[in-house]
Write a protein that binds this ligand. Sequence first.
Ligand code: ADP
Length: 265
Amino acid sequence: MARDVTPPPEVVCTSLGKTFEDGTDAVRSIDLTFAAAETTALVGPSGCGKSTLLRMIAGLEHPSAGRIEIAGAPPADTLRQAGLSMAFQDPSLLPWRSVRRNIELALGLARCQADPSDIDQLITLVGLEGFGDTRPAELSGGMRQRAAIARALSTRPGLLLLDEPFGAVDELTRSQLATDLPRLWEARGTTTILVTHSVSEAVLLSDRVVVLSPRPAQIVDDIRIDIPRPRPEGTARRPEAVALSNRVFSSLARGMVTHPTLAAQ
Ligand code: ADP
C-alpha cells in the first residue's frame, strides 16, 4: 500500500456482445462509457447478463462482439498491471489463511508493500475489527464478503468491480457499508462499477444507474443520481432518493415489456 494510487480509468464498451458457446445470448450491443472516478450501478432482472458484462470488463470473459477499453487498453492489460480489483458474491478467500494474510497475499500479488496499520484500518472499516487473525471458515458468509471487500480495496485499484458484494451481509451492516465504503473510494477517486439487485442500494451508492433489460442485456435507461455526497444514513428515505428509486423500478418494468423476447425462457 506504499504504492501510489492507480489513477481511475475511463472504461469504454463499444458494441459489446456476448453469446456463450451453448448459444446463450447474454449481452447484446452495449455502448457504454464509465467515466473516470464515477460510481455506476448496473441493475437488471436476475439472469439478464449483468455479471457477464462485469466479467468481460474484468477480462475474465472474452466478448464475442465489440470491444472494451480501460484507459485505452484491453482489460487484460489492466488486470496484469494490478490496476483492477474485484469483489464478487462468492468471496473466494483462501480458507487456510487469516483475513489479514488473505489481504497480504493480494497486496503481494499486486506488488504493493503491506503496511500493517493500513490493513488494520481496512479491516475496521468493513466491520471486522478483532477478526484479522481469524480464518474464513470461522466467519459467517457476510463477514467473508466483507473480508473480500477489504481485500479488493487494499491494493488501491483505479478500477473497482463489485458483483453483489453485500449479498450475504445482514441488513444493518449493509446500510453501514453503503454509507462508509463510498467515502473511501471517493477519497481515492476510484472508478467503481457495481452490480446489485437492490435498487435503493444502487441509488444510494452511485453517481449513475444503468438499467438493463432481460437477457440479452441491453440498456433500457441511464439515470444520473445527482444526490450530493457524502450521503449520510437516512439518505435512501429522502424524497429525491425515493423518486430516483421509483424511476429505476419503472425502467425495470419497461424493460420487461419492451425486451420480452428471452425473459420467459
Ligand atoms: P446476472 O448477473 O444478470 O444474473 P449472468 O450474467 O450471470 O446474469 O448470466 C446471464 C445468462 O448467461 C444466464 O442465462 C446464465 O445462465 C448464462 N450464463 C452465464 N455464464 C454462462 C456460461 N459460462 N455458459 C453459458 N451460459 C452462461
